[in-house]
Ligand binder design. Sequence first.
Ligand code: FES
Length: 197
Amino acid sequence: MSDKQKIDKTRRNLVIATSVAGGAASVGAAIPFVASMLPSERTKAAGAPVEVDISTIAPGELKVFEWRGKPVWVIRRTPDMLASLKKAAGNLTDPASKASLQPGYAANEYRSLKPDVMVMEGVCTHLGCSPQMKTADDKAEMGADWAGGFYCACHGSKFDLAGRVFRGAPAPTNLVVPPYTFLSDSTLLIGDDKKGA
Ligand code: FES
């Protein structure tokens, strides 16, 4: 073998060794990543609490988050929206939420920890469809008395802006309020109410 051939062979071996080392490094790096992802995905599916930023929710706006595979709505209620709750009270199936599901701290006239921040599951208590928000401007569709709330198109249940169901609707109870807490003014923890500010 000539000197040139020897040098070429050494170079080839070096290239092969480098590729193998590179491959091993990638595999080595990938395993901890996958291992660290899987348990957290599993925990999420099992219902681990989710931390959500509510700082960008404008007054009157609703944002949807996900907890335990369900939509959870967070609505920033305006003073007008809060006033509409008092007007609705006479037309509701369970105005004081006695037969409905919510944590004790949300068993009040606003069904919430802070009046302006409403948190509830966006799942109709009739057969599980997801209702849609209808504002006070949707009177043409919802009726002259409509002051804002939610409408379930599946079988026509209507709810006010605290998720309380209107009388005569097929949904038997108010929308469910999940456990939650404020970690700060702008951060909510949904699914756990033991920690927090
Ligand atoms: S599922 Fe909402 S009214 Fe039937």
